[in-house]
Design a protein around this ligand. Structure first.
Ligand code: XMP
Length: 316
């Protein structure tokens, strides 16, 4: 007679036994897995949990704010918020190769996390949002990237902690059910997949601040309109991309030379192949109007019709 309430009670008991009166450190990105682990650990050991949220400047609009709001203000977690925006954008300046961008974001993340860990005394454990598919899928490139970024592997030898991984037997839908049972907000538990390098791989080529803001603002508009149209419950992944070239337009009766926003909305089962969502025309036009009206430095909006393969879901 297994249900989520029993699972939570069992895990709380197990974690209390494992941790005793010692402390657990957790990298809290705000993704589904780390959020549910945080809520579960909080229930088990309260302020013996120390969460670190690193804002790398590549989060979606209001995402870091909502992590702070939910975990610090509402759940009263011991949360350290690290504003690393300038540091990440500095390291990424003039870097245009996608894999290089990913490497920098991943290794800088570990470095920031390591620095925070060193400031803290008496931490013995590291909480991690490892779920069952992370353990069974190890072959594909995507799975490896997801794991290497999301899990804080790669910490130096003298900072090796004992792991606390309460979700490692659960599938994604069970992790979500656990989050709901623990009272986390729907928007956090049903968040669409978001790559570790965040908006960094959607601001194509070398990241510039103007284009990064255009990605962030257009993504916020897209999400808002998808929610209003009920598409957020239906579409697997939807986001915007801003390429690193400009096109000609007219604005206020004058020639403009500005960036474009590309909209992508896809459905997939396993991210290995994907098909394009047939977003209703009126929804696309509404989104286009709002982007052209509200987002600076943009004069054109396109919709990507490519399936995977031959395209990938992300652009880089
Ligand atoms: P592609 O673009 O390869 O993406 O079709 C497949 C899925 O993986 C996500 N993705 C990533 N996730 N770190 C991640 O955590 C990454 O570097 C990364 N690259 C792609 C992508 O969003 C899609 O869901």
């Amino acid at each position: 007679n297994w249900n989520m309430k029993n699972f939570i009670e069992d895990q709380v008991e197990l974690m209390r036994r494992q941790v005793g009166d010692r402390k657990v450190l957790l990298a809290l990105s705000g993704g589904v897995d780390s959020s549910v682990v945080a809520a579960l650990l909080l229930k088990a050991i309260g302020n013996q949990l120390v969460c670190v949220h690193v804002n790398h400047g590549l989060m979606r609009k209001n995402e870091s704010e909502s992590v702070v709001e939910v975990f610090k203000n509402q759940l009263h977690a011991n949360l350290i918020y690290v504003d690393a925006v300038e540091r990440f954008l500095g390291k990424l300046e003039n870097v245009s190769d996608p894999e290089q961008k990913r490497k920098i974001i991943g290794s800088e993340f570990i470095r920031v996390f390591e620095e925070e860990a060193r400031k803290l005394d008496g931490i013995d454990f590291l909480g991690q949002g490892t779920i069952y598919p992370d353990i069974i899928e190890s072959g594909t490139k995507t799975a490896k990237m997801v794991k290497s970024h999301h899990n804080v592997g790669g910490l130096p030898e003298d900072l090796k902690f004992e792991l606390v991984e309460p979700l490692k037997q659960l599938f994604k839908d069970e992790v979500r059910a656990c989050g709901v049972e623990l009272g986390l907000p729907h928007s956090m538990v049903y968040r669409q997949p978001f790559p570790g390098p965040g908006l960094g791989v959607r601001c194509l080529g070398a990241i510039t601040r103007d284009r990064l803001e255009a990605v962030r603002e257009s993504d916020a508009i897209l999400r808002d309109e998808f929610e209003k149209a009920g598409l957020d419950q239906k579409v697997w992944q939807y986001f915007t991309v801003v390429p690193n070239f400009k096109s000609v337009g007219v604005k206020h009766n004058a020639r403009s030379f500005e960036y474009m926003v590309i909209i992508r909305a896809i459905n997939t089962i396993d991210a290995m192949s994907a098909s394009v969502e047939q977003v209703p025309w009126d929804v696309l036009l509404k989104i286009t109007d709002r982007i052209l009206d509200e987002v600076e430095n943009v004069n054109r909006v396109c919709y990507d019709l490519s399936p995977k393969p031959p395209a990938t879901i992300e652009f880089e």
